[in-house]
Design a binder for this molecule. Structure first.
Ligand SMILES: Nc1ncnc2c1ncn2[C@@H]1O[C@H](COP(=O)(O)OP(=O)(O)O)[C@@H](O)[C@H]1O
Ligand SMILES: [Mg+2]
Length: 319
């Protein structure tokens, strides 16, 4: 549905171009939940912005192409035109629920405002859809008449998800939608998201540094490292049989209930975009690195049928 074809994208800054997304190819499939994972600063938000065409704040596509195509492939829309289809094809759940809602408006009129898209809206039908969405999100009916400051953080985040979903988009994109919330509320929100997605059959792209979240809801997971795609495949393959040493490190760092052994993290930090290591970008932190890794910055290769991963040592690692 959304195709990212060998894209280099980034920001022009006084000290040079930050290629926050570098030669990345992937697709978002109709009706799937795609998780985007990776440490902070790896380019997750930038990739998400490309997927819904938010080319603002200096973000530019330097080469390659991002486009949407309808399921029968007859109609395509280029990334630069995605914005015209916000609320219709693409809906976005912003990160900060307090700053995203208008503090001076009650919830219902804010929802009515969203996605009127130039057509004369059928107000009665819209009101009914809002009421239905609120119920699906386990929000009390009176929520509609409240102001944002009268809601808890979790309720506000659910309102934002409702806002994104009630207009019936083809894809809902969410950037760390639960990061600021406690785990119980997180779980509730994820369940809400999945329930709405099941009912409406839209795709979801969800960015999170939290692999546990992806394990709970994603069909497929893409792992970014330093602007490059390290690995992408089914959530089961990527999270339970990671092929890329970076994914392996992230998975090993996850806490497991009842297992008191110290977790094995990944030493060091992601590299600076202005001073990328030669060859594989993960090499300085990689426990499988060999001399040859300094000579290639590998592209993802098919691996075991259900994923692709960008590492020259894949075959040996899982042999
Ligand atoms: N508006 C911007 N201008 C310049 N650099 C930016 C901007 N936004 C993000 N970056 C840089 O792009 C890189 C990737 O950032 P981002 O996509 O936000 O990563 P993530 O979401 O994984 O934390 C970082 O090095 C970040 O500093
Ligand atoms: Mg981010």
């Amino acid at each position: 549905m959304i195709v990212v074809d060998n894209v280099v994208a980034g920001y022009r800054t006084p000290s040079g171009i930050v290629k926050a997304v570098d030669r990345v190819s992937l697709e978002v499939r109709d009706g799937e939940i795609l998780g985007i994972a990776g440490e902070s600063g790896c380019g997750k938000t930038t990739l998400l912005k490309l997927l819904y065409g938010n080319l603002a704040d200096g973000l530019e596509i330097l080469s390659g192409r991002v486009y949407w195509r309808d399921p029968d492939g007859r109609r395509t829309i280029e990334c630069a035109d995605f914005r015209k289809h916000w609320w219709e094809i693409f809906s976005y759940v912003p990160q900060g629920s307090m700053s995203a809602l208008n503090p001076l408006m009650r919830i219902a009129p804010q929802m009515l405002d969203a996605g009127t898209g130039g057509t004369r809206p059928d107000m009665a039908a819209r009101r009914a859809r809002i009421a239905k969405t609120m119920a699906e999100l386990d929000l009390p009916e009176r929520t509609q008449r409240l102001y944002p400051h009268q809601l808890s953080g979790g309720m506000r985040q659910r309102v934002l998800i409702g806002l994104a979903a009630y207009v019936d988009p083809d894809v809902v994109l969410a950037d760390e939608p639960t990061t600021a919330l406690d785990v119980v509320v997180q779980r509730q929100i994820l369940e809400n998201l999945v329930r709405l997605q099941r009912a409406r059959q839209n795709a979801i792209v969800i960015v999170s540094h939290d692999l546990g979240l992806h394990a709970q809801i994603a069909d497929r997971v893409a792992v970014l490292y330093a602007g490059r795609l390290a690995e992408i495949g089914t959530a089961d393959a990527v999270l339970h049989r990671p092929a890329h040493p970076y994914t392996q490190g992230l998975v090993d760092a996850l806490p497991r209930l009842g297992d008191k052994r110290p977790r094995q993290g990944i030493d060091g930090r992601p590299p600076d975009f202005m001073a990328m290591p030669q060859g594989c970008r993960f090499r300085p932190r990689c426990n499988r690195a060999i001399e040859a890794c300094a000579g290639v910055d590998p592209d993802p290769q098919p691996h075991q049928g259900d994923r692709t991963a960008a590492c020259i040592r894949l075959a040996e690692a899982t042999a």
